[in-house]
Structures are given as structure tokens and as C-alpha cells.
Design a protein around this ligand. Structure first.
Ligand code: PXG
Length: 446
């Protein structure tokens, strides 16, 4: 535990920080000045110094129903006592079947099969494999190429980093062959300070036609995009862009995958972004909000035609050589079922649509503050894009993030972009506090 003047010195010995290699973290910097959270309730974390920290990020885009939900805790605890684990390879137990049905109930039309994973990264790799296996089973085995997009984040598996487009996540490793990328849709020159989806940029989707001309449609398996890019700093789809991708992929027999790991479960005002923007992909990936972040779990929701194509062999033949020990884990499934029940009873999957306008107005009140070059929003997502300092990109964003935390607000920084994605239970008073703190910190950060 950390000692501080505001807190009585603890009798417990200090915890060594060296052994835990923290993910996606500047470990030396963090360990020199740690930020440690200890408990969470509703819209707030409490840190180890006893400070309340308003959660502007729903953890990492996952605690959509807010923190400390007893219903989830109780469901998890009951399930561990009743049955801690059971295999789902050639064996079953009721919970993942029930959960799959509940997911199909809220899914975009036609997505009526569910494959469970433990994370978003695994869901992405699973979806890419399903696309490849599907084409091969239909005698179109030449379709091996996977198309992602610049700046995309699809997790950290080799499939995900290959179709992903964030250079730092790729350059030290090796990536899959047979991958190409669409251009991203961030266009500050034309679209800065747009409220909601940008009006300019639909033609970026036409780049897919050029990739099809280049590679041949008969060689392309799938296109995967995030309906909105979260990790890259909230890059929104221009009006009509997703529709156009759908139209082109359909025309050329290419599987369209939406990576809804952050947009799923109400973030943009509908259960999935596919519904909000009325474009139904052939598959979508989900994770995070699926269990309100309480237990790791991911899923691929797909059209039954993709599974059916693999079912042509004899009945005793395994149709898809893929799965995880913990696919459909009983404890994760119990957490997810309790989470979906909260979303339903509190109508959280559409709440972002109701709050969106107020959120947008508050967020855009930050325009005009020093170094603010763009503000982007949709649903309960927001981004304040700061100009980078000459010769030290990312330093301004990090300072804003760090100061916000010390002043009781958790935001995310991606380079110099401050991203916001609060729990969907947020009230207007919390929004005021987010905007006041962030605005005041930006004002004081040269
Ligand atoms: N796809 C998308 C679209 C994601 O946003 C993943 C896949 C991978 O999920 P897992 O569960 O394997 O981490 C993600 C993860 C951020 C941030 O700050 C976003 C993610 C993870 C950590 C930070 O924007 N998204």
C-alpha cells in the first residue's frame, strides 16, 4: 500500500512493484509514481490514498453498468459454488447455451450463432479463422486475404495485430502474410469539431474497390473494421461509410466483420453499433461490456450460414478445429447473464442515445481551450484532440491524463488525444464534473 499524508501509515509492508510487468505501460515511469486503484462503486474508483476518482472511461471501456454491481457478484459467487468449471469440448453445461440465446435476442438481425472466447483479441482471431474456414469449405479456398484498416486496434493476437493498423503494436513482431489495409477516416482538416458523425469522408470506403482491383475479389476473405476506432483516439465513421463497406463486400462475396469490442453493449446508444448505424455485418466481435468487465469473456456473433458451410462432413466430424479451454466458462457466463439482465432492466443499452445530446453539448464547450484542435463524439464516447508539442508527441496528453487523475478524474490518453467513455449509468452531474475537471486541467497544461 502507498503511504500518503492524508492516510495513516499502514502496518502492512510495502508491496514490491518490480515483478508485475504491466501491459501497455511505461513501467519505469509508472513505478516511479504509481496510480493505484483499490475499490470501486457506481461511477467512482477509490485509490489507495483514499481519493475518489470519477471513472470517465468505464475502466477500459468495459464497466458499462458502473462498478460494484451486486447482482453480478452474487451470480458469480453462486456459480463458483455450484460448478466452478466444466468443459465445453464435446461436453456441455446450460449457461453458455442460455447466454448465446440472450445475445442473439439483442443482436442485429441474422446474427444467430455465438462462439465464446475469453477476450476481444481472441474473438478477433476467432472471427478471422471462421472467415477463412468458411470460404475454404465452400470451395473458395483462394480467398485468403484479410483486409483491416490503418490505425485499427483489434487486440494483440497475431491475427489482430496483422489486420490492425497501429505501427507500435506491429513493428517489433511479425505479421500474417496476405493482409492489406484500408485508409483510416480521421480527417481533422475537413471535419474538426463536427458534432456526431463526420459528414465528409464516405469516399474512403471506395478504397476497398481499389484493393479488390489490386488483389482480385476471388482472393479476399474478409474485411474487418471497428465501427468506430476507440484505441486510436476515437475515429468516427463518416456518414454512409459503413453502409458503403457493406454494399461493396456483399457485391464481392467478402465477409464483413465489425469489431464491436468497445462499441457493443450500449456504448453508442443501441445494443451494437450495427443497429445504431443500421448496417449488419456477417460477424461481430464482442468482449468488455459483455460481463461488465467483471470476468474476462469475449464472443463472436455470426450468421448461421457461416457455421452451416462447415457442416457438410459426416455428423461425427468436428466442423471447426478451434476453441479455448475456457470458451463458455460457467463463471464468465454467469457474470454475462447477470450483466445482460442489468442492461435490460435499467434500459442501459439505449441510454447513451438519450444522454448523447447533453454529453455532446458539454464536450464541445471545451472547444477554444488552449491546444484543442478537435473534439469528437457519438453516443457516450468523446475525444478531445490536443495539438502535440514539438519534438515530444504524447507528452501533453500524458500530462493531462496524470493531472486529471491527481484531481479525481480517470480519462484515457492515446498520444495527445484524451478519450472518454464513462459508464452508461452516468448522471448529468457526473458529466459536469468530467468537463469541469478536464477543462480546468487542459487550461493549466501548456
Ligand atoms: N478489438 C477492439 C476494437 C478493442 O478495442 C480489442 C479488440 C482487444 O480486446 P482484449 O480483450 O483482448 O484487450 C480491443 C481492446 C483504449 C483501450 O484505451 C482499448 C482496448 C484495450 C485497452 C485499452 O482505448 N481495446
Amino acid at each position: 500500500m502507498m503511504n500518503s499524508p492524508s492516510r495513516k501509515p499502514s502496518a502492512e509492508p510495502a508491496i514490491g512493484l518490480d515483478s508485475f510487468w504491466m501491459p501497455f505501460t511505461a513501467n519505469r515511469q509508472f513505478k516511479g509514481r504509481p496510480r493505484m486503484l483499490q475499490s470501486a462503486e457506481g461511477m467512482f474508483y477509490t485509490d489507495t490514498e483514499g481519493r475518489q476518482v470519477l471513472d470517465g472511461t468505464a475502466g477500459l471501456w468495459c464497466c458499462n453498468a458502473g462498478h460494484g454491481r451486486r447482482e453480478i457478484a452474487e451470480a458469480v459467487s453462486r456459480q463458483i459454488c455450484q460448478m466452478d468449471f466444466a468443459p465445453t469440448f464435446q461436453m456441455g453445461h446450460p449457461l453458455p447455451f442460455e447466454l448465446a440465446e440472450r445475445l442473439v435476442d439483442i443482436a442485429p438481425p441474422g446474427l444467430n450463432r455465438v462462439f465464446f472466447t475469453n477476450s476481444g483479441s481472441e474473438a478477433v482471431d476467432t472471427a478471422l479463422k471462421i472467415a477463412l474456414a468458411y470460404h475454404r469449405a465452400r470451395g473458395e479456398g483462394s480467398r485468403r486475404l484479410l483486409i483491416g484498416r490503418e490505425l485499427a486496434y483489434h487486440g494483440v493476437g497475431f491475427g489482430g495485430i496483422s489486420v490492425g493498423g497501429i505501427a507500435n503494436n506491429r513493428r517489433a513482431y511479425t505479421t500474417l502474410p496476405n493482409v492489406d489495409h484500408l485508409p483510416h477516416t480521421l480527417d481533422i482538416e475537413r471535419n474538426a469539431f463536427t458534432r456526431g458523425l463526420p459528414v465528409d469522408g464516405v469516399e474512403q470506403a471506395d478504397h476497398l474497390e481499389r484493393l479488390i482491383n489490386l488483389h482480385g475479389a476471388e482472393n479476399i476473405a474478409a474485411v474487418i473494421v471497428e465501427p468506430l476506432s476507440g484505441s486510436a483516439g476515437v475515429i468516427l465513421p463518416p456518414v454512409g461509410y459503413l453502409q458503403r463497406l457493406r454494399e461493396i463486400t456483399r457485391r464481392h462475396g467478402i465477409v464483413l466483420i465489425f469489431d464491436e469490442v468497445i462499441t457493443g453493449f450500449g456504448r453508442v446508444g443501441a445494443p451494437f453499433a450495427a443497429q445504431r448505424w443500421e448496417v449488419v455485418p456477417d460477424m461481430l466481435t464482442a468482449a468488455k461490456g459483455l460481463t461488465n468487465g467483471a470476468v474476462p469473456m469475449g464472443a463472436v456473433l455470426l450468421h448461421s450460414a457461416l457455421q452451416d458451410a462447415l457442416m457438410s462432413g459426416p455428423e461425427q466430424q468436428i466442423e471447426f478445429f478451434h476453441g479455448y479451454t475456457y470458451s463458455g466458462h460457467p463463471v464468465a457466463a454467469a457474470a454475462a447473464l447477470a450483466t445482460l439482465e442489468i442492461y435490460r432492466s435499467e434500459q442501459l443499452l439505449t441510454r447513451a442515445a438519450e444522454l448523447e445530446e447533453h454529453w455532446q453539448t458539454l464536450l464541445h464547450s471545451l472547444a477554444g481551450l488552449p491546444n484543442v484542435v478537435d473534439i469528437r463524439n457519438t453516443g457516450l464516447v468523446g475525444a478531445v484532440h490536443l495539438a502535440s508539442r514539438e519534438n515530444s508527441p504524447g507528452s501533453r496528453g500524458y500530462e493531462v491524463f496524470e493531472r486529471c487523475f491527481r484531481e479525481g478524474l480517470l480519462v484515457r490518453c492515446t498520444g495527445d488525444i484524451i478519450a472518454l467513455s464513462p459508464p452508461l449509468i452516468i448522471e448529468p452531474s457526473h458529466m459536469d464534473r468530467i468537463i469541469d475537471t478536464l477543462g480546468s486541467v487542459i487550461q493549466r497544461t501548456p
